[in-house]
Design a protein around this ligand. Sequence first.
Ligand code: G6P
Length: 610
Amino acid sequence: MCGIIGYIGSRNAIPILINGLKKLEYRGYDSAGISFLTGSQLGVRRCAGKIRELEGFIQKEKLKSTIGVGHTRWATHGKPSEENAHPHRAGGIVVVHNGIIENYFELREGMKKEGHRFTSETDTEVICHLILTYTQKGLSLEEATKEALKHLEGAYALGIMSEAEPDRILAVKNDSPLVVGLGEGEHFIASDIPAFLKYTRDVMILENGDIASVSRSGVSVWNMHAGKKVNRKVEQITWSPAMAEKAGFRHFMLKEIFEQPRAIADTIRGRISLEQGDVNLSEFSLKGGDLKKLNKIYLVACGTSWHAALVGKYMIEDMVRVPCDVDIASEFRYRKPIIPKGSLMIVITQSGETADTLAAQREARRLGARVLTICNVVGSTSSREADGVFYTHSGPEIGVASTKAFTTQLTALYIFSVALARARGRLGASEAQDLFHELLQLPEKVKAALECNDAVKKIARKYCRVRDFLYLGRGINYPIALEGALKLKEISYIHAEGYPAGEMKHGPIALIDNNMPVLAVAPDDNVLEKILSNMEEVKSRGGTLIAVANEGNTKVATRATDAVYMPRTNYYLTPVIMSIPIHLLAYHIAVLRKCNVDQPRNLAKSVTVE
Ligand code: G6P
């Protein structure tokens, strides 16, 4: 997830681009850059780091231009560095890009053979070279772009400029957001409305396949799928600038919860081959041979990432039949772990900077294990020190309480489990294809699951004043009970515990009365009957039951006082779906209690001290 801004008009574009980038910084902040035209001469300024570093770097130059594009990056391909920062340039063409080009590697190798020279590790650079190839054949910028797009697979929003046509910016949208702002004799393009809200409230929302040609006098849109010019509605934005930054959501946490369909789709993108039932292992730097030799796996993490690790154990042991140990990172490093030969440690970390996780990772390597990190931040310490990296492309997570990073970690673990099971002959191609079919439906199912928001809000109103909460789950959804309790604790300050439902009778059942609601995570799986009995135990002691279940489950409905119903998926992916109402419930309760949802007291997003 990166941020794009573009301006064409009569004012100086440079401060407008910098201001816009500052508003988009929540979308990515590891490097930034701008490109502008002076006459028909392209200039590019880029640097690693935050926007204020770029600003400081260009301030001395007193640059002036009336047309330019800018970009703030959240790395997906290639570490955060000046060379990898956007805009990228080939000849007289510059491009800023948000998204992932799945087939960039093949395209780049092909073009290298034709003599193109690449200067970055990004997937974006191939786009400039492709457009350049077609302009060199005499095509206009728009025609060349249309031809270039035919080669691209993946998701992208693009801002494109050319020295040969210094009076236009092209804006292209395919599965990544891009909007056009309309002013008087001036126009803007941006990944998100806040970038230009200061200048105009008239917005044209582009649709997939749109190529907008943006000049000072107007905007015309061609749609690739329709193969013709199209008209797009212009809307008036009434949000306040603060609301706009969160895309109209009240908090980053809620915005991030609703971003999950996109985040999960991006995590899957380019990773699987449905036709062969195989996983693309290239970026893990762990070869099939390595995977075959593994005989022990350690999953290590902190906080919410540790809950993902717990789910990972169920996935891997069930699909792959390799024994897994799950450790809290701060425990692993001091427990004198025994690491047999052929061990793999899977580190799970959103930030890649958590001190305890890094210490455990280093200890494991010292003891001879190989390390794979499932991480959200490209170039983070964990990713630099690991033998292999599986990036969850969920984009920056701003809310301290992790949501989309968690479900993308689960998605990554699912894909890695299939890879491992395939490499070790535990899964045939057709079984893997079935698992992939379900995976590919996950973004849509998560979208459907998010429709429970209003129902969950109602439940939150009913229970937001309680002092204690108990969450129950079993099997692969036991970690989701832990996750529900952690989220409630951290953002609403209600005391909450997560328990494996079968353990109730060994202690927690003594706490049951009508002042403590009990939430049961009860999807239709192999332990449904068991958890139904546990729910009976609660009910018969006067407890109040809330259930999170699958659509049409009448057995749960008759036992629970309140219930929300989720779409069905396969066993391994139920934790992804079940965490949607769990996260939403914590969110709404915290809002009703007037808590600082995005920055809860005493907590930090990234804990870089022991
Ligand atoms: C902090 C955050 C949690 C996060 C944990 C681990 O406690 O508040 O949301 O789960 O760190 O962070 P990591 O970046 O390693 O996943």
